[in-house]
Design a protein around this ligand. Sequence first.
Ligand code: 6OG
Length: 163
Amino acid sequence: PSSDIPPKVLTLLMIVRGKGDSREILLGMKKKGFGAGYYNGFGGKVETGETIEEGAQRELREEAHVEALDMERRGVLRFIFDDNPQPWEVHVFHATEFSAEPLESEEMAPVWFPTANIPFDKMWADDVYWYPLFLGGKCFRGELFFTKTTTLVKHTVEEVPGP
Ligand code: 6OG
């Protein structure tokens, strides 16, 4: 059964700046590859020989030319696809401090959005279920089932005490 295949481990990092009602989140419009046309945080596959945190930093550097200075893991999401036997385990990170103004890369065009105005209609269908916990400073776990790669058919998301 598919659950016996070790998951593909990926990272997803969002930078949040500002306080209270003026908070903004950095998302990137994915220009090519998996999820092209969707806004998402920055991330990708963790490579052999690097830690998950190192993978998260490298992907942010490659995709937005910036370093996160206070990255913290907030959640782990498990994605199960009916058209892919290998589940994906996405480690979600939060940061507020960063080294420079993010820049466009070959993969991503960065945009700051007010946290009250996140473009969920142009994002992966799962995001609307866990962003409230992410933005509320909570840690979480989720299991999300997709058919035909992009249709979310079932989900469980829950708050957990720690990363
Ligand atoms: P690259 O192909 O760029 O890595 N990712 C997802 N993010 C959300 N919010 N929902 C999903 O639902 C996702 N599936 C993958 C993980 C892909 C990037 O996209 C994220 C990585 O940051 C299915 O190497």
